[in-house]
Design a protein around this ligand. Structure first.
Ligand code: SF4
Ligand code: SF4
Length: 96
């Protein structure tokens, strides 16, 4: 499942830098989560980091994006493969 930010959001800016998938951004009036990038933090953390830090508890599961753990793992792997590596090539392994 992806998560969703409700209109109780205070625009406090706390969650956005905590997201390991860069799934959170400022929307038209409040912060929004891109369901194509949210893995519920699967692959990075045991708990959704945005939920952990939100002071008003306004980030529930999005009923429109109910997904299995396997789907979330697949998304995590796809995002990792796309992420620029240290040498700027997506997914490339940098020799040490
Ligand atoms: Fe980002 Fe994790 Fe929150 Fe999804 S649950 S928006 S991946 S911090
Ligand atoms: Fe909104 Fe909560 Fe994120 Fe703050 S932490 S910007 S209140 S969703």
């Amino acid at each position: 499942m992806a998560l969703i930010i409700t209109d109780e959001c205070l625009n406090c800016d706390v969650c956005e830098p905590e997201c390991p998938n860069q799934a959170i951004s400022m929307g038209e009036s409040i912060y929004v989560i891109d369901p194509a990038r949210c893995t519920e933090c699967v692959g990075h953390f045991d708990e959704p980091q945005c939920v952990q830090v939100c002071p008003v508890d306004c980030i529930p599961v999005d009923p429109a994006h109910v997904e299995s753990k396997e789907t979330l793992w697949s998304r995590y792997r796809r995002l990792q493969a796309q992420a620029p590596s240290a040498n700027g090539v997506p997914g490339a392994v940098v020799p040490r």
